[in-house]
Design a binder for this molecule. Structure first.
Ligand code: NAD
Length: 253
């Protein structure tokens, strides 16, 4: 049955995009990739996250992602995940949650839908027949693809460097449609993989960066506002500002 919310044209109302990275889940105990204690300090991304070489490093790739799933199984959403979910509930259909994260803590906090730009650690993918499926548990037993039964064609359902990212089109569409009335919160990302400064900082929307500390990979002055500190400490203070933008009348804007 169509709800009142569905039947109202929301395209003239302000939208919010929340674009997140590994820093969002850091306070849930999941390591970021870069920075202090980052995962790349212990393992080379060319070994475990490279589409050109992953088959050569088959054992190391699966061991690395088994460990990521193991860590994620013990992790719980933090206050920042919950606040993002509360924004999505408060403004139905107007809050797009787009993450580079491969964990599911946003969903566990109640976010729906979530666009996972870089896939999900809990999925497996056969590059031969393109089947994607949910892994039971945390360890891949290397039993092979359920359809074609090949073994060495199965990788984690995570987008590797050099591999096409099927959901980037969703992101590019969102960026191209941004208007001055819209808001983007960029949260817990170095911008090294996806240049959030170029995508959002130079867009017509009002952009707010939330990162633990200033970084070197983005032109952070491109954002309209910058907040440095832990996400769980910063986000509670942002809700009022976001509400005033989301609830403002923008007739004729
Ligand atoms: P990154 O590791 O490059 O950068 C992390 C950023 O988070 C840094 O700018 C840091 O200042 C900030 N940060 C750290 N702790 C924070 C906190 N408590 N509050 C706010 N900010 C905090 O992360 P990225 O830009 O997402 O890197 C890209 C890749 O890392 C992504 O493709 C993603 O798939 C992958 N990744 C995902 C996870 C996960 O799913 N949890 C974990 C590690 C890496």
């Amino acid at each position: 049955m169509e709800t009142i919310v569905d039947s109202v044209d929301q395209s003239n109302l302000p939208q919010l995009i929340v674009f997140s990275g590994a820093g969002l889940s850091a306070e849930s105990g999941l390591s970021t990739f870069r920075g202090k204690n980052g995962l790349w300090e212990n393992v080379s991304l060319d070994v475990v996250c490279n589409y050109a070489t992953w088959k050569q490093n088959f054992e190391a790739v699966h061991a690395f992602y088994d460990a990521r799933r193991e860590a994620a199984a013990d992790a719980k959403p933090n206050e920042a995940h919950r606040i993002i979910a509360s924004w999505q509930k408060r403004w139905p259909g107007r809050v797009q949650v787009v993450t580079q994260n491969i964990d599911r803590l946003l969903e566990e906090a109640g976010c729906r839908p979530v666009v996972h730009l870089h896939g999900e650690a809990q999925l497996m993918h056969c590059v031969e027949c393109d089947l994607e499926w949910e892994l039971e548990g945390t360890t891949y037993d290397q039993s092979g693809c359920p359809i074609c039964h090949r073994k060495k064609t199965v990788k984690p359902g995570v987008v590797f460097f050099g591999q096409p990212a099927p959901h980037y089109d969703v992101l590019y569409d969102l960026v191209s449609e941004l208007r001055p009335m819209d808001t983007v919160v960029i949260l817990g990302t170095s911008g090294k993989v996806l240049p959030a400064d170029r995508m959002f900082g130079h867009s017509p929307a009002y952009s707010i960066l939330v990162n633990l500390e200033p970084g070197r990979d983005m032109d952070e002055m491109a954002f309209n506002a910058r907040h440095y500190g832990a996400a769980t400490q910063i986000l509670p203070g942002l809700t009022d500002e976001i509400a005033s933008r989301m609830d403002a009348s923008h007739r004729g804007a």
